[in-house]
Design a binder for this molecule. Structure first.
Ligand code: TXE
Length: 493
């Protein structure tokens, strides 16, 4: 296992410039920005931000790579081989990536080792497999003016894809966007999060090493309001794949509306975890605790609304309090740490404000609510009981380790509470009744429902939501559809 001092040394070797047009550097840039370690509050690195000149050049180079370059001419099997090469390189260096992710994001060491990195590697392998299997369909028709026809479809790459990623799981979410787009033959321009760009920059160097032709992939670090906005406004971008807040998602949708460019938006959630009276309560308590405390609660699928059958309400609250007390908050590199620091001072302030709102709104804080007495953007795992679904802490995405526990009296009421929400990303059910599992899965409005487990991740499973949670799906076949146009060809015989 890599220790903190070694991770800090590795961070110094990560590229700190944009990569586009097949080279690293800037022509003009728009200055630099500092990346801060959320645990020590010290500067980790300073990165060159891409500006108008770099965005313009990256987009036009990507376009020529598609239209006149080696990338546009490359067959699917070769694209698949290159993607498998990225997977191999990432796997070989996954300890290093995991350590840098912990350092940059503040998440405990075991999480990127067990989740983010294996998931990212599997995502590149999954889409490597798709690259040479993008078949069309042969469709019978009733003919044309009395003459027979042959009609078939082909899938073509959407074109230049801008991928904009958040800071909570930068490697994994970048893989979710890059791998399907490259498999489909698109050219990808990644704008990583300014709070945590380390692993995205390192991933770019792996993609270069894997042998992708210049222009197939670029990375443009910079602030969202500057570099990100320039990229989404650029008319040469054919599709924007965005994961982040609904506020920025709206800006993406507005920018994309000019020219009716395609979008995929994943904008977070306020996901219910429903514990029915027939559930295995021990398994449910373990799963629910993971669902709200994993990655400090900075997870789009965080199960932040915990709905519990009234008959077992006190018992479940007690079990969850015990699980929360068992969480070890500390330096991600310390042995035994199970929860790290929030990403930055702004997020700490946001989460603290919600905790105050919970108390002011009349919910009972049964555990946590404070901050450990140490530097860094830490907050205690926190649970509110005796809450109602109309409270602010039950309605707005907190994006921190704060759960709101709400009682219900019947299955119908549980579904009604679950659906009384602006978001619809995911839901978790805990029950031993198979009929109820299917009934409630159908009744709950969410892009994904998990029964007796929290948010299983797999590159084959479509991921995304609706309502305020966004639109479109990533991963699996949905990831290929999202990055291709289906063309119909008809030959009149
Ligand atoms: O998000 P932003 P922030 C939610 C979560 C969090 C809140 C704020 O509730 O507390 O959003 O986080 C780029 N044009 N989620 O401010 O701003 C930005 O640089 C183009 C949930 O970090 O949406 C970054 O790369 N790009 C979410 C990315 O957008 C712009 C994960 C996300 O940043 C831009 C993250 C612009 N004008 C936050 N402005 C999830 N779905 O899981 C910013 N960006």
């Amino acid at each position: 296992m890599i220790v903190r001092a070694e991770a800090e040394r590795l961070a110094l070797k990560v590229p700190t410039e944009p990569y586009y047009a097949g080279r690293w550097g800037v022509t003009r840039g728009v200055g630099t920005f500092d990346v801060v370690d959320p645990v020590t509050e010290r500067r980790l690195m300073t990165v060159q931000a891409a500006g108008p000149a770099e965005v313009d050049s990256a987009v036009s180079f990507a376009r020529s790579a598609l239209d006149d370059g080696a990338w546009g001419r490359m067959d699917g099997a070769t694209r698949g081989r290159l993607l498998n090469r990225v997977a191999d390189l990432l796997e070989e260096r996954s300890e290093e990536f995991a350590a840098l992710e912990s350092l940059d994001v503040g998440k405990p060491g075991f999480e990127p080792r067990a989740i983010d990195l294996p998931q990212s590697v599997r995502t590149f392998r999954h889409f490597a497999g798709w690259a040479d299997k993008l078949e069309g369909r042969s469709i019978p028709t009733s003919g044309y003016m009395g003459r027979p026809t042959v009609s078939y479809t082909v899938r073509e790459p959407v074109g230049v894809v801008a991928a904009i990623t958040p800071w909570n799981s930068p490697t994994m979410i970048a893989a979710w966007k890059i791998a399907p787009a490259l498999a489909a033959g698109c050219a990808v321009i990644l704008k990583p999060p300014e709070e945590a760009p380390l692993t995205s920059l390192l991933l770019a160097s792996l993609i270069e090493e894997a042998g992708f032709p210049p222009g197939a992939f670029s990375v443009l670090p910079g602030r969202g309001s500057v570099t990100g906005q320039l990229l989404i406004d650029h008319p040469g971008v054919d599709k924007i794949s965005f994961t982040g807040s609904p506020e920025t998602g709206y800006k993406v949708a507005v920018a994309a509306a000019k020219g009716f460019r395609r979008i995929t938006l994943e904008l977070g959630g306020k996901s219910p975890q429903i514990v029915f009276a027939d559930a295995d309560l021990d398994a449910a308590a373990d799963g629910v605790a993971v669902g709200i405390f994993a990655n400090q609660g900075e997870v789009c699928a965080a199960g932040s609304r915990i709905l519990v059958a009234r008959a077992f309400y006190d018992e479940v609250v007690e079990r969850l309090v015990t699980r929360a007390r068992g969480v070890k908050v500390g330096d991600p590199f310390d042995e035994g740490t199970t929860m790290g620091a929030l990403i930055n001072a702004r997020q700490l302030e946001r989460v603290s404000r919600y905790i105050e709102a919970g108390v002011a709104g009349g919910a009972r804080c049964v555990v946590g609510g404070g901050r450990p007495g140490r530097p860094g953007y830490f907050v205690e795992p926190t649970l509110f009981a005796d809450a109602t679904n109309s409270m602010t802490i039950a309605r707005e995405e907190i994006f921190g380790p704060v759960g709101t526990i709400i009682p219900f009296d019947s299955e119908e009421e549980a579904v009604a509470i679950a659906n009384d929400c602006d978001y619809a990303l995911s839901a978790t059910l805990w029950t031993s009744d198979v009929g109820r599992a299917h009934r409630v899965s159908r009744g709950v409005k969410a892009g994904a429902v998990a029964v007796n487990g929290w948010s299983p991740l797999d590159p084959s499973l479509p991921w995304g939501g609706f309502k305020l949670s966004g639109q479109g799906r990533e991963l699996g076949w949905a990831g290929i559809e999202a990055n291709t146009e289906e063309k119909t060809v008809t030959i009149v015989l």
